[in-house]
Design a protein around this ligand. Structure first.
Ligand SMILES: Nc1nc2c(c(=O)[nH]1)N[C@H]1C(S)=C(S)[C@@H](COP(=O)(O)OP(=O)(O)OC[C@H]3O[C@@H](n4cnc5c(=O)[nH]c(N)nc54)[C@H](O)[C@@H]3O)O[C@H]1N2
Ligand SMILES: Nc1nc2c(c(=O)[nH]1)N[C@H]1C(S)=C(S)[C@@H](COP(=O)(O)OP(=O)(O)OC[C@H]3O[C@@H](n4cnc5c(=O)[nH]c(N)nc54)[C@H](O)[C@@H]3O)O[C@H]1N2
Ligand code: SF4
Ligand SMILES: [Mo]
Length: 773
């Protein structure tokens, strides 16, 4: 008899609740969980293909270990022994910096990826950390770090209540949203318009999101910093700026007008390829809206002035008084996050150390992934000789994969934690495959911090772990032990062994803090009160119980509202809001409570959190921080530059997910193809024909690609999606290899970066396109 089980979808940031149909151990169907307190039944084609992905025959089912140059199937003990032998020896001989750690995107979609990489990095002691963030949102972390003192204090648009939404370089109708976790983003945009609100989209392509909008501006790619500076300039010059109650928290408001003086709409309009009138009208409309939210994503980050653009997004939210107010852009308060505390004012800075070869500043303890190849290739003290790659496919996702391909092939040692033998993991000496997603438990540690509603959900594994597989938490934990030279066979429950010290250290710190309601309690006794069947469950229990809605071990009576801990307004208990039953009135969160609410617990809409969020040294919002002020002259100089005739931007397809879903037949084909989209006018000028082939060339290399002529891209812009290029030997991706596509990042040489954040410029770089016979 088929049964059903719940599983939070790990395939994008929307975190929909799925109801899986399971026959034996096979997932035979997936539909949206109508009772999920957050996603309420929404599902997209990727979620619907959960079963096909889960049972992909190319998925690895045993570890692989390189012997005599060949990757061969091995058992787990052999695999971890290989790591425990190789890595500590390398570190012994060449030092801690000789190991690089590469963390890819799916780490934010697994519990293991949230709980163990910090322990791995600590065990290794290396500063050579590279993640997908420097291909993505690092500019936003840097701008938030500078403005608010906390790189994770990223305000999210209050989608369900706003009157005016300005989307910059985001296509949530296909991506389902990013740094804004909102199941059914498309439905929420339609609801905004249905209630009389306004949607404005800024994108060089007429995307499916732009087609829903009241207004679509298609500026020249890479010019958004200028556009947003002109919007801010207009608000200030026309005395439309009204920060309101934010005023008391602002530092540097007086200096802003001077700093932006060179960017009136008339000055930036030619560079943006918009009219000054369009820009002024947008500024006035933004100011006039009762509430409004400005939100920028990939097209605002992975560009030359990504940090400035990200900063300006929040400057606009601040100048219009929309930061931290309902209907504007608010800071979430996730259930498993830290309880707000007053008085932590460490501030934020980048460049505490620099990369060895090119001297790139670290940002949030990371170095630019675009610089990974040179760190492996360039001889000298501190050269990276070994790589631990977890859920990362940088050969396709980072600039100049060919160079990285060669660099990885020359490593002394490499471990990949990955379900596939693909473009990157084929270089590993040891491949450690996690189980299919149906066999893993899930809680969204990362995305609840960017969710448009505070809520908590946890799903246990829907299918028991298959014989011969290891839970991904167990894989990570054994890796942590292995890098310390501990051969895992001696430790039957590695996750528990690794987690217990973390739990004790956290509780020791908590109970030693005079500000904590648990001050003076016995950490060992509290640790004994934790529930959960595994190490990761006990850690989740700990984080929930110590979190902003936690039961604090019931040692201080009923749950304290966050007000008691950090001076924040008490959280609205959503009595009646989500109806009775699921999601109603959670008093005192713990794992047990969460398990008793399988469809999740709703914790209410986002609420104002200032000033408790601020961790700047001044305790204020630092509106014009020095590193930003230092960037503005570069932006001013850009006004005088002649724009390139043709630039490239990326795109995402609804049925794609970066580099790794092309192997699922249900998600391939149709319009999900690696084509170069070209505007008809450019096609004519360049002698390109629809369905013909073209040679595209940029600083880093050239590619042959099929041409698709479409007026959905503006003139002067071509678009090629990323994550393709599955034509390398030694990978095992049967379906993907049949339609491999070309790797757009091969056009880049890795030198083009948003300087303050080290983020690769993946959008708006110059290219030449010529027809091929
Ligand atoms: N040109 C261009 N390049 C881009 C982008 C762009 O817009 N344009 N986008 C960038 C962005 S935003 C990102 S985030 C990166 C993403 O690029 P990456 O960080 O490389 O991430 P993915 O391609 O999503 O997946 C990486 C690997 O994770 C593996 N994986 C899948 N599920 C799991 C799991 O549960 N556990 C483990 N251990 N592994 C798993 C997959 O098999 C794959 O090998 O790409 C970036 N690259
Ligand atoms: N279906 C699907 N969903 C995904 C992913 C996926 O690969 N496929 N990846 C996930 C990941 S890792 C992420 S980070 C998110 C990304 O989420 P989004 O940012 O919403 O996704 P993109 O489709 O990359 O949207 C970026 C838009 O910016 C536009 N753009 C490019 N350059 C510029 C510019 O200079 N200025 C402006 N204003 N716009 C520009 C592009 O045309 C594109 O439409 O999506 C996530 N969800
Ligand atoms: S929108 Fe994202 S989370 Fe929801 S079903 Fe689709 S892929 Fe999964
Ligand atoms: Mo991303």
């Amino acid at each position: 008899m088929p049964r059903t089980a719940l599983r939070i979808c790990p395939l994008c940031e929307a975190t929909c609740g799925l109801t899986l149909t399971i026959d034996g151990t096979a997932v035979t169907g997936a539909r949206g969980d109508r009772d999920d307190v957050f996603s309420r039944g929404f599902i997209c084609p990727k979620g619907a293909a959960f079963g096909a992905l889960d049972s992909d025959p190319d998925r690895l089912r045993t570890p692989l270990v390189r012997r005599g140059g060949q990757l061969r199937e091995a058992d787990w003990d052999e695999a971890f022994e290989a790591v425990a032998t190789a890595l500590p020896a390398l570190v012994q001989e060449y030092g801690t910096q000789s190991v690089g750690v590469v963390l890819g995107n799916p780490n934010v979609h697994t519990m293991a990826g949230a709980l163990y990489p910090p322990l791995l990095l600590k065990a290794l002691g290396t500063r050579n950390l590279f993640t997908a963030s420097t291909l993505d949102q690092m500019p936003k972390h840097v701008s938030s770090g500078l403005l608010f003192g906390d790189p994770f204090a990223i305000p999210v648009p209050d989608l369900d209540r706003t009157d005016f939404l300005l989307l910059i370089g985001a296509n949530p109708v296909e991506s389902n949203g990013s740094l804004c976790t909102a199941p059914d983003f498309p439905g929420r945009l339609k609801a905004l318009r249905a209630r009389g609100g306004t949607l404005v989209v800024v994108d060089p392509r007429r995307t499916r999101t732009a087609r829903l909008a009241d207004r679509h501006l298609a500026p020249r790619p890479g010019s958004d910093a200028l556009l947003l500076a002109a919007l801010a300039h207009t608000l200030l010059a026309e005395r439309l700026a009204a920060p309101g109650v934010l005023g008391e928290h602002l530092l540097g408001f007086g200096e802003l007008a001077d700093a932006l003086a060179s960017f009136p709409p008339e000055a930036v309009a030619p560079a943006c390829d918009l009219t000054a009138a369009e820009i002024r009208i947008l500024a006035r409309d933004l100011a006039a809206a009762p509430t409004a939210a400005v939100y920028g994503r990939i097209g605002s980050c992975t560009v030359t002035y990504g940090t400035l653009t990200s900063w300006l997004v929040d400057v606009l939210n601040i100048l219009t008084g929309n930061l931290d107010r309902p209907g504007g852009a608010l800071f979430p308060l996730p259930a498993a996050g830290p309880r707000p505390r007053s008085g932590s004012r460490k501030g934020f800075a980048t460049g505490r150390w620099r990369s060895r070869v090119s001297g790139h500043p670290e940002a949030k303890s990371e170095l630019p992934i675009a610089a990974l190849a040179e760190e492996i290739e360039t001889p000298g003290e501190g050269r990276i000789r070994a790589v631990v790659a977890i859920a990362a496919n940088p050969v396709l996702s980072a600039p100049d994969g060919q160079r990285l391909d060669a660099a990885l092939a020359g490593l002394d040692f490499m471990v990949s934690v990955d379900p596939y033998l693909n473009e990157t993991s084929r270089h590993a000496h040891v491949v450690l495959p996690p189980p299919p997603p149906s066999q893993s438990a899930h809680h969204d540690f990362a995305f609840n911090g960017f969710a448009i509603r505070n809520q908590a959900r946890y799903t246990r594994a829907a299918v028991p772990l298959e014989a011969g597989l290891l839970d991904e938490c167990e894989i990570h934990a054994r890796l942590v032990l292995a890098v310390a030279g501990l051969h895992g066979a001696a430790v039957p429950d590695a996750a528990a062994a690794v987690d217990a010290p973390v739990v004790l250290a956290t509780l020791a710190k908590e109970t030693a803090d005079p500000q904590s309601p648990l001050y003076g309690q016995d950490p060992v006794r509290l640790a004994g009160l934790l529930t959960g069947e595994s190490g990761p469950e006990r850690r989740l229990d700990l984080m929930l119980r110590l979190g902003p809605y936690g039961d604090l071990f019931d040692t201080v009576g009923a749950a304290l509202p966050p007000a008691a801990a950090g001076g924040e307004p008490a959280v609205e208990r959503p009595d009646g809001e989500g109806g009775a039953g699921e999601g109603a009135a959670p008093a005192g969160l713990s794992l047990e409570r969460l398990l008793a609410h399988p469809h999740g617990i709703d914790l209410g809409p986002l609420r104002p959190r200032l000033p408790a969020v601020l961790k700047t040294r001044s305790g204020r919002i630092e509106l014009l921080p020095d590193p930003i002020a230092a960037e503005l002259p570069r932006l001013r100089a850009a006004l005088a530059e002649r724009p390139a005739a043709l630039v490239l931007v990326g795109r995402r397809h609804l049925r794609s997910n970066n580099s790794w879903l092309h192997n699922v037949p249900a998600l391939s084909g149709g319009s999900n193809r690696c084509t170069l989209q070209v505007n008809p006018r450019d096609a004519e000028r360049l002698c390109l024909t629809d369905g013909g082939r073209a040679l595209i060339t940029a600083d880093g290399g050239s590619l042959e690609v099929p041409v698709e002529v479409t007026d959905t891209v503006r003139t002067g812009v071509v678009s090629l999606p990323h994550g393709w290029g599955h034509d390398r030997d030694g990978a095992r991706l049967t379906v993907a290899a049949a339609a491999p596509g070309a790797n757009v990042n091969q056009l880049l040489d890795g030198t083009l970066l948003d300087a303050p954040s080290g983020t690769a410029v993946l959008n708006g770089f110059p290219v030449n396109v010529a027809p091929l016979p």
